[in-house]
Ligand binder design. Sequence first.
Ligand SMILES: [Zn+2]
Length: 295
Amino acid sequence: MTPKQRSHEMGIFARQLPVRLAPYPDELLSSWIIRHAAFYEIPPLAMLRHCLPEVLSLRAADLDLNEGQVVRIACMFSIEPTTVRRMTFSNIPQSSRRLIAGEPRQLCCGCRPNIDGSHIILRSQFLGWRITCPLCGGLLQSIGVRDRRSPFSRYHRAALTGERILDNEAEHGIKNWVSPSEIARLLLMRRVPKPLPDHYEPSSFRVLGVIIPDLDDVLKMETSELPTPVSPILPLHLRAALLAGVAIVQRAGPEMLYMPRGHMMGENKARFSNAIEEIVDCARQSRTSSQLHLI
Ligand SMILES: [Zn+2]
């Protein structure tokens, strides 16, 4: 069948595609749609809007499909709705979404999927809490920048725990006494607001450096600054520090959050104090209600 004939077929069978390509494990929905578009020789957005005319971009389809839209895609591609949902980020709660990158940031050299010349984009390539590949467990590598050895190798075990904790929250909605992604956000706050003249600490220093002291020395050598709490996706070689910090705070409990306050100044100290008071209050309330539940 020529591409023209295929496109014609698509017009006739508006609801179901005559040929469907099998999704690769952990493949992102937009990647799968792009592969189909290449097969039918039409633009990827046209492929998506053939099924969901109201969706404006492939990125929107990856992030925010509702149940009805998932079913419509599943119907067109003759596949289970659960399979379609698993290819998107629609299961990820708002608190973890800051950690989803806008473009692929990393890849696993052991699992570089390529089918018939089509490059496959995996969901895990966007996730800012991952340092290992969910398919093979191997270490991920950066895309577009020279890979650098992590200066936090001695925190590797704690970092793996942090990765699991953040993954459990994002993918399965599991929290302990606090949202791990909220801890990650707080740990990236600056200890001092900038500029503070004659202060002994550079304003690039973060709360995280109090928990992982090696970070301060590493930051003195870095040419670029760490990302902000609003978009807390660290370069891969520094990411282990944040993951380990999350694991350490989660394990130590709410009291651990009081420790960095002594290293902070000005409005940042006040904002941090308010945030942790709120977190500690919530933790206390949920502990009380679970105790009441047990009585
Ligand atoms: Zn892999």
